[in-house]
Design a protein around this ligand. Structure first.
Ligand code: HAM
Length: 420
């Protein structure tokens, strides 16, 4: 007999750990929901051209990492490697930007797919919660998003993360810098692939992790020296707003993101307990993306936080989440009649909003009590024939061990009161 395994680079979320993922998604989205961001859901796949144009033909994501497929009807599709291009596409398609209420603020949560070399923290199927604020150029909006991500991580109890901040300039100043950088890089001693990268995406060369490459980059022209006055002023304002909000960040000139659409503000949240896959989240401004995918000029900013890596960061810091109780009451029937009576009680409890579970399968008292313990329930209800004959059930407080007989008719009310 053969058994199947999850595909390479993927893993299943199973209880009890899966509860952490739900809690992380909840914690990241809560500050967004409280700040005017509306929920958006887009398909898991899109026309491949959207990502080629949006994310960029020269990025690893598009050239190496996309899961592409041709449908029976001949459409070229790709499983989404990221959310920004899809969300902007959907906003344009629904004309949200024309409703006279800019910025259009949206948040999302879902699965993304990249054919990467799997390792701890890097998967082929992963989960993000993201936010996009579309159609407004305002440094307050950039600051808002960074502050909300910081708030989300803090609410989870994370402390050992850092915020790296940079400005990539705009369509005026970045090309001038790009030329200067290319001229500099062409004179270095680099391998073929890196030489090709100089021509396609020279900023990515700055990001090269190899020591011999980094050594040669010490005197590389710096983007900071090429930013135009408007970009400089914008960036200073973002920095000042973060400082005013008490959010600590580090200026990181070398921060180059793996997607081509960024302009001006870019940032990354890195966690020091994660080894090489340290980015728990990232984002920035993408003022040109709308036009790149055929829309009007819509300056925008956003981020996506990786749920998988956030969970790893929690584990690295030893943070135990305060997870909601899954079962408050566990019912253990002894015999057929008790099974019907206690199942009715459980149904009543559930209807009253009390989380309740039941010992199924007519098991003996010992096994059923083990399950009751494992469920984490605060109270257990046990009833046998003699109890029913007296019209009662035994209510056991699992913390104190105290047991009392409660009239069958009163038990839902009694438990609702006790559990507050
Ligand atoms: P990104 O930096 O490619 O940005 O991804 C954001 C986060 O998703 C990363 O920081 C990381 O935590 C997580 N992530 C990415 N790839 C993987 C992987 N293979 N395995 C596990 N986690 C991963 C974006 O996706 C942009 N769309 C963010 C954005 C939104 N920019 C503007 N708006």
């Amino acid at each position: 007999m053969s058994t199947f395994q999850a595909p390479k680079g993927t893993y299943d979320l199973i209880p009890p750990d899966s509860a952490k993922f739900l809690a992380v998604r909840e914690a990241i989205s809560a500050p967004l929901r409280d700040s005017g961001y509306g929920y958006i859901e887009t398909p898991g796949f899109e026309n491949v051209e959207l990502f080629a144009r949006g994310v960029g033909e020269s990025t690893d994501i598009v050239t190496k990492e996309m899961y592409t497929l041709t449908t029976k009807g001949g459409d070229q599709l790709a499983l989404r490697p990221e959310g920004t291009a899809s969300v902007l596409r959907a906003a344009l398609e629904a004309n949200l930007h024309k409703a006279g209420n800019l910025p259009v603020k949206l948040w999302y949560s879902g699965s993304y797919y990249r054919y990467e070399r799997p390792q701890k923290g890097r998967y082929r199927h992963f989960s993000q919660v993201g936010a996009e604020a579309i159609g407004t150029e305002d440094p307050v909006l950039d600051a808002e998003l960074i502050i909300l991500a910081d708030q989300a991580y803090r609410s989870l109890g994370l402390r050992q993360f850092r915020i790296l901040l940079n400005s990539l300039g705009d369509k005026e100043c970045r090309p001038v810098y790009r030329d200067a950088l290319q001229t500099f890089l062409r004179d270095l001693d680099l391998d073929e692939e890196t030489r090709r990268r100089i021509e396609i995406n020279p900023l990515r060369v700055l990001d090269d992790k190899r020591a011999d490459v980094q050594k040669q980059l010490t005197d590389a022209p710096r983007l900071r020296d090429y930013l135009c006055d408007a970009c400089k002023a914008y960036h200073e304002e973002v920095r000042a707003l973060l400082t005013a909000a008490g959010v600590v960040y580090e200026d990181d000139e070398k921060l180059v993101r793996g997607l081509d659409y960024y302009t001006r503000t870019t940032f990354e949240f890195v966690h020091d307990g994660l080894g090489s896959q340290s980015a728990v989240g990232g984002g920035g401004r993408y003022d040109g993306l709308s036009e790149m995918i055929g829309g009007p000029a819509l300056p925008s900013v956003g981020w996506a936080l990786g749920v998988d890596r956030t969970v790893l960061a929690l584990e690295a810091e030893g943070v135990e989440l305060d997870l909601p109780v899954t079962t408050s009451v566990y019912a253990v029937p002894l015999g057929d009649e008790a099974r019907r009576a206690l199942f009715a009680v459980v149904t009543g409890l559930r209807r009253a909003g009390v989380a309740a579970d039941f010992a199924f399968g007519g098991r003996g008292l010992k096994g059923a009590m083990k399950s009751a313990n494992r469920s984490g329930a605060r109270y257990t209800l046990v009833a046998g024939e003699r109890d029913l004959a007296e019209g009662v059930v035994q209510l056991k407080d699992m913390e104190s061990g105290e047991q009392t007989a409660v009239a069958l008719a009163d038990v839902v009310a009694e438990l609702t009161t006790r559990l507050g």
